[in-house]
Write a protein of this length. Structure first.
Length: 95
């Protein structure tokens, strides 16, 4: 057998192995398994979370997003933490 035939056979083996293996969950059907709004609402209610909409200045929102990215956390967690610390400092200032 020639060297080119050996390499061709190796390539065929690799291609068949790739075709036999399944698609990982994060790229296949599981990628679209996002909860619908009703299910997400039920999960949030079970955790005691309540929707709370506010309108904020665009610059403040940019700062919040940057801080959330820096901390590698979500906006909900960040805003909750900042509100708690602000309320605690407000209460301690009144005492």
């Amino acid at each position: 057998m020639k060297k080119t035939d050996l390499e061709k056979n190796k390539g065929l083996k690799i291609n068949s192995a790739v075709k036999r293996s399944g698609t990982p969950g994060r790229f296949g059907q599981d990628a679209g398994s996002v909860l619908d709004r009703r299910e997400q609402r039920k999960l949030d209610q079970a955790l005691g979370l309540v929707p709370f909409a506010v309108k904020l200045d665009a610059e403040l929102v940019r700062q919040l997003r940057a801080l959330a990215e820096a901390r590698r956390s979500g906006m909900n967690e960040l805003v909750a933490e900042l509100l708690k610390s602000g309320l605690e400092s407000q209460v301690s200032a009144q005492d």
